[in-house]
Design a binder for this molecule. Structure first.
Ligand SMILES: Nc1nc2c(ncn2[C@@H]2O[C@H](COP(=O)(O)OP(=O)(O)OP(=O)(O)O)[C@@H](O)[C@H]2O)c(=O)[nH]1
Ligand SMILES: [Mg+2]
Length: 845
């Protein structure tokens, strides 16, 4: 191979792009409705030996769809097949480069094999002349200009290696341009795995939701259909393609009714399928592109061809159709495929980064690499979660297997008999000992990636880790997880009975009424509450159920709140055995409201996910979901006609807490408190952030500083575990004084920041004595001097910023503002920030 061939290759990589047509097809539906049979029929296979898909098994199949006749040609999903397809694409990029180079220079080229391939492709019917890769002679391209000056000898060497490897295999240079690549995902219908399936869904996929027409009355048939429609709707966005009918939503869904053979009358089948689709939230219907009635057992091939054509027609208008894809990305695809071939199922980000930079046309820009990974995730080639970028999962089944060991933990009971399984079986709560023991039963590969696996399943709320909050006393020593799919379902009226609370102990029932309530929102909300409050219990029974929970507000248990989901409503009710405390109630309300908005903003960003606050009477049956009263309209002691019970009730105001009274003149102690709080709010988070920015592992992408507070930054440092405190472990200690002054490692200082923030947060008097103030300021001063050296911050040194705060004049007119800021921000700075963003986002759309 001569230098010029290499140059052509490099040029193709640098400037070339290929047109990608990828279809990601996801089949979901209740157990046994005929999903696998449908996939088989779509692939033109018979279904005689079809077996129920096993639990978490993910059947991922690939095929190439010919753009000429739309036929599906199966391709075995083997690494060898993938490699040969990648090689084809790389060679084609060269062919195009040669071809285009020839045209622009308008030179007569000597006949050569690569060019010949191109010509034969253009010349239909002449395909037999396609030359195999091993016959190619790159040395014949004498006329080509050499590549850019930037071409280094290193990249030429790599290009040479790459070229040798791609022309070795037996290539079939049939033009990839004439095909689309389809990936089909067939999940098992087992309910306990539904939560885990979410991990594999993407907004660009096409979905087939399957329903059994013969099972319309079956338990949960409609609920499951609904569940899938709503879950997919959560990926919904308004179609932005010009020319499309207004109101259509993506992702596209095709509803398929199976078992048509059980009915004589097609009209009856149509009505049965309509029963499924009419029961769903109206916006979900906007995803529906078509409906099909089929029999997997009796229908002829033409019925499935029609469905295939529909899929193809939808894909044709999708974002992944004819997408330009840089040729140089194919190189990294090849490198990743080699890793897969060598048995790797998951790769750390930095390895992928290395793979990308170790090619003849390196991907050196992180953003470029992210584009590549996001695209690969979208088309179902690998799993990459932008917010957990540390690892890239090459095999979804690997992740699914890892999930399985957690969501079906019960299966390990006999293997690990010495540990206590009662709590897990009763409440879905798993302590870390049990979790560790379960992981020890798994393969080395799964064990090694435990942290990442837990991060992914936490992201999707497949498990809930309540003790992430670093200083919530109630859960600090409770190192455990909750697994929502293992939590017993209990009807809300059962909970009412378990706790047996008299009506006069209950507050009016506050309702967050949603137009559309995403199926998983309540789980996320329960997580938030678990982080902030302790679970209430009665007679050994914990108040934790799948979609409703009871928490203690006060330590003595005399004030609790119930949080429950009922249809499209989240209900909140306070139960209290003592004096009604509107301030405390208002704090709960504010917490829940902020959390809901944060979850909506962080997770859903959909215009249909918004709510209005209403209320019902205290003796509501909870299930009653209409005729609510408007929030903030009734006056305490006012009579009203209760629409649920048809009688007059007296309104008791349980929610309007009194406003915090701010003193008009600040005492010295209060001034101390304010100054120190300002240090906590304005300097310390920056210190942690700057440090994290310097420490971050390759692949860890930091959000802007404003999105973190000390809690989240501390957790990041803890997770990174780069600077352990001198005593060797994280956490512990009640105040800064618990860390000896001689302990001055970065880890010790990170702990100091946490403790000083806690001291401020836990203050109930909002005042600080002179002695304490000076002692804290001295420690902070020393610490900031160390960080100025360690972090070398841009802008003012930390110590200068500290000086400004300690010397600034606190004007009386700003007092209220500052106090309110401290009260709200110290506790919930991050939440308030997201809340304000969320409100803005909701107004914008
Ligand atoms: N009569 C009839 N039987 C069908 C039809 N579709 C599927 N079946 C049968 O229903 C059973 C379940 O079919 P599968 O394709 O395994 O269903 P599935 O949805 O993949 O099931 P899971 O993977 O367990 O969730 C098999 O015995 C099929 O032969 C149909 O249209 N008509
Ligand atoms: Mg199946």
């Amino acid at each position: 191979m001569d230098e010029k061939s290499i140059n052509i290759y490099l040029k193709a990589l640098a400037t070339g792009s290929e047109r990608r047509r990828d279809i990601n097809l996801v089949i979901v539906g209740k157990k046994g409705v005929g999903k696998t049979s449908l996939v088989r029929r779509l692939f033109g296979e018979n279904i005689k030996d079809v077996k129920s898909t096993n639990g978490i098994e993910i059947h991922r199949r690939r095929c190439r769809i010919s753009l000429n006749d739309w036929e599906w040609n199966k391709i075995p999903d083997t690494t060898a097949m993938k490699e040969s397809s990648i090689n084809n694409r790389l060679l084609l990029s060269m062919v195009k480069e040669i071809h285009e180079g020839r045209e622009t220079e308008n030179k007569k080229m000597s006949e050569n094999s690569l060019l010949y391939v191109r010509e034969s492709d253009e010349n239909e019917g002449n395909k037999d002349n396609t030359t195999k890769g091993q016959d190619m002679h790159f040395s014949s391209h004498k006329e080509f200009t050499s590549a850019d000056d930037t071409t280094t000898s290193h990249s030429s060497e790599l290009a040479l290696q790459m070229l040798s490897s791609i022309i070795k295999p037996d290539l079939d240079l049939e033009d990839e341009d004439s095909h689309a690549t389809l990936t089909v995902w067939d999940f098992a219908g087992d309910k306990e795995f539904y939560d885990t399936h979410q991990t594999f869904l993407t907004p660009e996929a096409i979905y087939i939701v399957v329903a059994n027409l013969d099972d319309i009355d079956g338990t949960e048939s409609c609920d499951t259909f609904n569940y899938w429609m709503e879950t997919i709707h959560c990926y919904g966005n308004k179609s932005e393609k010009p020319g499309e009918i207004d109101g259509i939503l993506n992702p596209a869904i095709i509803a398929v009714g199976t078992h048509k053979d059980k009915f004589e009358d097609e009209e009856q089948c149509r009505e049965l399928l309509a029963t499924y689709t009419t029961g769903i939230f109206t916006d979900c219907n906007l995803h529906l592109r078509s409906t099909h009635l089929i029999s997997n057992t009796a229908d002829e091939e033409d019925v499935f061809r029609e469905l295939r054509n529909d899929i193809f027609a939808i894909a044709n208008t999708g974002a992944n159709w004819n997408r330009e894809y840089p040729v140089k990305f194919i190189q990294i695809e090849k490198a990743i495929n080699s890793e897969f071939k060598n048995g790797k199922r998951v790769l750390p980000f930095e390895i992928v980064e290395q793979l990308g930079s170790n090619t003849s046309m390196p991907i050196s820009d992180k953003q470029e690499l992210l584009v590549f990974l996001k695209y690969q995730h979208e088309i179902g080639n690998l799993l990459f979660f932008e917010d957990i970028p540390s690892h890239i999962i090459l095999d979804p089944q690997w992740l699914a297997n890892a999930f399985k060991c957690i969501v079906t933990a019960d299966q390990f009971r006999l293997k690990i008999p010495h540990l206590d399984w009662t709590e897990l079986r009763q409440t879905g709560k798993m302590d870390s000992k049990l979790l560790d023991a379960i992981f020890r039963t798994q393969s080395v590969d799964i064990r090694k990636h435990k942290t990442h696996i837990l991060e992914v399943i936490t992201k999707f709320d497949i498990i809930i880790h309540p003790s992430l909050a670093m200083d919530s006393d109630s859960v600090k020593n409770d190192n455990c997880f909750y697994i929502p799919c293992m939590i017993h379902t209990s009807k809300i009226e059962d909970i009412d009975q378990i706790f047996n609370v008299l009506e006069d102990r209950k507050s009016t029932c506050l309702c967050f009424v949603f137009r559309f309530l995403p199926p998983h929102l309540i789980s996320s909300l329960i997580v938030s509450c678990l982080r902030e409050y302790s679970l209430a219990a009665v007679g050994g029974q914990k108040g934790l159920f799948k979609e409703s929970c009871v928490f203690d507000i006060t330590k003595n248990g005399c004030a609790k709140f119930l949080l429950a989901k009922c249809n499209h409503i989240i209900e909140l009710q306070i139960w209290q055995w003592g004096k009604v405390d509107p301030i405390q109630n208002q704090a709960v309300l504010k917490f829940i409201e902020i959390e809901i908005k944060r979850i909506i903003y962080m997770r859903y960003r959909m215009k249909t996910v918004s709510f209005v606050k209403k209320w019902k009477c205290e003796s509501t049956s909870y299930k009653f979901d209409k005729d609510f009263n408007d929030f903030d309209t009734a006056q305490d002691g006012e009579d009203y006609m209760c629409k649920e019970h048809g009688v007059v009730h007296r309104y008791r105001d349980h929610w309007s807490g009194e406003k915090f009274e701010v003193p008009s003149v600040l005492s010295k102690e209060q001034r101390n408190f304010i100054r120190l709080s300002m240090v906590v709010l304005d300097i310390l988070p920056n210190v942690l952030y700057d440090r994290l920015d310097l420490d971050k592992n390759a692949g860890q992408i930091l959000s802007p500083c404003g999105q973190y507070d000390i809690t989240s930054l501390y957790q990041e440092h803890r997770r990174l575990n780069k600077h352990r405190p001198s005593k060797g472990r994280w956490g512990g200690g009640r105040t800064m004084d618990d860390i000896p002054l001689i302990d001055t490692s970065i880890g010790d200082d990170i702990e100091r920041i946490r403790l000083i923030r806690n001291e401020m947060q836990h203050s109930t008097v909002f005042a600080l004595s002179d002695t304490r103030y000076h002692s804290l300021i001295t420690i902070i001063q020393d610490m900031l001097t160390r960080f100025d050296q360690r972090n070398n911050p841009t802008g003012d040194k930390y110590i200068t910023r500290l000086k400004k705060i300690t010397q600034m004049e606190l004007k009386t007119r700003n007092i209220q503002e500052i106090m309110e800021k401290i009260i709200s921000e110290l506790r919930k700075r991050f939440d308030e920030f997201v809340y304000s963003l969320a409100s803005k986002a909701l107004m914008d759309i």
